[in-house]
Design a protein around this ligand. Structure first.
Ligand code: GLN
Length: 539
């Protein structure tokens, strides 16, 4: 029977609950079990697609086109699996489903109540995820921190599932132990409170993952064991480490995998972490840097730099760098700065490669176009992603094809030279203000042109990649772009849409309408990122 492991967070957010879940999944998979992971986000938003990336971080996209939380990306990278709509639950999705069912009279005249109908819907979704993935273990990450009003119904669902299947449900609390500077000692009290808060929701944690800047000592473990009512062996020390990919190995040092199995009366002789350990070794040893600049705008928040909005791109760069045993060195270049101060474009020469990532809206667009022009002319390896491709087309149209006013309908609605335009079905959606979940989303087929640099990277003719955009290269301008030297190296056969462009006489100038970063895996870097980094290394 499927085993369910709920993971909740205590004390504060941002302590790596998602990575902990992904790592536990990795460990159980390495022991020969079929594992899947579900993310529960307690917000009302139906999906993450409508949220500002600066506030929420990257919007990850699955094959089946769900705009979801970045943790799903972590799960995919650690589990090396493609997840789907079934792996993502939000309060919005749950309530929407229950209300729709009520409207359809499916509750047969009953009064539909928050408890038990909402937790029941949550439970049925978790079971569905188990079934669809034929999982022996389902890890369920409950977003937020225990004690928050927002995630109470999900804890309630967890409690109710345990009641249904007492031997198949486990609770893990990921907590944080601060070491206040003025005291200089690691404090366990916030973790004790977090465990008590869980207790008051009817849940006793079975295992506590104790996040802290350093490893826990024996006396802290004893304290947590006594006050939180768990065996000392189930207090797992989880200190800060340099790379997230080390986390499964660290957990294993504390015997976490076997502790979990033991609680379910299971055993396994397998321990297939060899390749993963080899990768971690490379990560620790690489020295020679590859300097990659990302020209974006979703990282400036007040005095801080927030890189969460580009997390899959960062990971994809890292995977490719490690493949070549190089040290990834990623720099954030503000597109707005290139607008205000074109002199600063020269700085782009300091990088081995430049990426212009996806984005929405006018802000920073002209700066990105300037950066692309510089990369094209100075032959700096360039990779454009989604908006990055659209802007590369605009730049080429303006500066090579002589279409001075070329633009995208997103930025200039009535411009005549709309080299990037909105598709007819998208026009209707925009008019009706149907924004949520209506972009061109998820996996679509793409046929590559033989002999191109792109084909050379993939070494196959038919690929499929994940999308998230409303605008497309306007086929009316295909001829003029091609005549001037742009190569349409990937086409979606169903709708004849240009998915990939590259240009001749350049070391590496490739841009894609899709997001290759979503499919890069630590041990299987994405072909385009791999080629990009290969050329950057030579550069
Ligand atoms: N804003 C562009 C579009 O909607 C690009 C989107 C993106 O970069 N993900 O088509």
């Amino acid at each position: 029977m499927t085993k369910f492991i709920f993971v909740a967070g205590g004390v504060m957010s941002g302590i790596g609950k998602g990575i902990a879940v992904a790592s536990i999944g990795k460990i159980l998979k390495s022991k020969g079990f079929r594992v899947t992971a579900v993310k529960i986000d307690p917000y009302i938003n139906v999906d993450a697609g409508t949220m500002n990336p600066i506030e929420h971080g990257e919007v990850f996209v699955t094959d089946d086109g769900v705009e979801c939380d970045q943790d799903i990306g972590n799960y995919e990278r650690f589990l090396d699996d493609n997840l789907s709509s079934n792996n993502y639950i939000t309060t919005g999705r749950v309530y929407q489903a229950v209300i729709n069912r009520e409207r359809n009279l499916e509750y047969k005249g009953k009064c539909v109540e928050v408890v038990p109908d909402i937790p029941n819907e949550v439970i049925s979704r978790i079971k569905k995820a188990a079934k669809k993935n034929r999982a022996e273990f389902v890890l369920i990450e409950i977003g937020g921190t225990v004690g928050e009003y927002q995630n109470m119904l999900f804890l309630e669902a967890a409690r109710m599932l345990k009641l249904q299947r007492p031997l198949s449900v486990l609770f893990i609390l990921v907590s944080y132990l601060p070491i206040p500077k003025t005291i200089g000692e690691m404090k366990t009290k916030p973790t004790q409170y977090a465990a008590r808060t869980l207790n008051s929701a009817g849940i006793q944690p079975d295992i506590i993952l104790a996040r802290a800047s350093v490893a826990l000592d024996e006396s802290r473990k004893t304290k947590i064991s006594i006050f939180c009512n768990i065996s000392k062996k189930d207090v797992i020390s989880a200190p800060d480490i340099a790379s997230i990919y080390e986390v499964p190995i660290n957990f294993e040092k504390e015997n976490l995998g076997n502790r979990i199995l033991k609680k379910f009366n299971l055993t396994s002789q397998k321990n297939n972490l060899k390749d993963w350990k080899a990768l971690v070794k490379i990560i620790e040893q690489v020295e020679k840097p590859v300097k990659i600049g990302i020209v974006g705008k979703y990282f400036e928040t007040g005095k801080f730099t927030l890189i969460d909005s580009y997390i899959s791109i960062i990971e994809a760069i890292k995977h490719a760098c490690w493949f070549y045993k190089r040290k990834p060195e990623i720099h954030w270049l503000s597109s707005g700065n290139f607008e205000k101060n074109p002199q600063s474009l020269k700085e782009l020469k300091n990088y081995d490669g430049i990426i212009v990532p996806g984005g929405f809206g006018n802000r920073g667009v002209e700066g990105k176009i300037k950066a692309i022009e510089f990369c094209r002319k100075q032959k700096i390896p360039f990779l454009g992603l989604c908006l990055g491709m659209q802007l590369a087309v605009i730049e080429f149209a303006r500066n090579v094809c002589g279409l001075e006013k070329a633009n995208s309908a997103e930025f200039s609605k009535n411009c005549k030279e709309r080299v990037i335009d909105v598709m007819p079905e998208q026009k209707v959606l925009l008019k009706e203000k149907k924004y949520g979940g209506t972009m061109r989303l998820g996996s679509y087929k793409c046929e590559l042109k033989k002999g191109t640099k792109t084909w050379n990277a993939y070494k196959q003719l038919n690929i499929s990649e994940r999308h998230r955009h409303r605008y497309e290269l306007n086929n009316e301008f295909k001829d003029v772009l091609e005549t001037n030297g742009m190569i349409m190296s990937g086409i979606n056969p169903e709708k004849d849409l240009v998915e990939i462009i590259e240009i001749k006489d350049h070391v590496f100038f490739i841009a894609t309408q899709f997001h290759p970063e979503f499919k890069s895996r630590p041990l299987r870097p994405h072909p385009l990122f791999r080629e990009f980094i290969k050329v950057a290394v030579q550069h």
